[in-house]
Design a protein around this ligand. Sequence first.
Ligand SMILES: Cc1cc2nc3c(=O)[nH]c(=O)nc-3n(C[C@H](O)[C@H](O)[C@H](O)COP(=O)(O)O)c2cc1C
Length: 156
Amino acid sequence: MKRIIIYGTKHGATKTISNKLAELFAEGATIIDVNANLEIKEIYLSDYDQVIVGSSIYMGQINKKLKKYIQDNEGVLLKKKLGIFLSSGLEDPMAFENNFSEELLNHSSYIGFLGSEIILSKLSFIEKAMVKAMKTKEYSKIYDDEIFKMAEAFIY
Ligand SMILES: Cc1cc2nc3c(=O)[nH]c(=O)nc-3n(C[C@H](O)[C@H](O)[C@H](O)COP(=O)(O)O)c2cc1C
């Protein structure tokens, strides 16, 4: 069973979640940061049985490169066991509908919010101002139980 987790992160929460997810698989998983251009170009999705994609959300949008990658490879993804997770402060279910096609969502074996974090020292000046305006404080909520549930859906 070959698995790959392809993620898009800006400040690291989605990377943390992806690593935790991969650790739960006895056979492990290939983990790819979609922003690492060289790596993403070298992926052959046909080599994998299961594909999990995950992204954080900024201004309602998932990572742009991940969105493009998913659109470009939708045909192949529809033939794989697929999972989608989001790392989002609002956890608005519409975020899935707004960022992924209906076909992909219907085809997915599992979709979920696996936690999020805002660490002020990692944010740009503008981001800090936006977070302040939203009256949000620094936090880290990585949902280990939800990560476990998602992993289970891909083990059995
Ligand atoms: C400037 C800014 C804008 C954000 N916009 C949204 C948003 O529109 N919707 C949402 O659900 N979460 C939003 N978030 C929360 C992030 O999605 C959350 O912090 C996520 O865990 C970050 O993941 P990352 O570290 O992998 O980039 C925002 C956070 C920041 C700092």
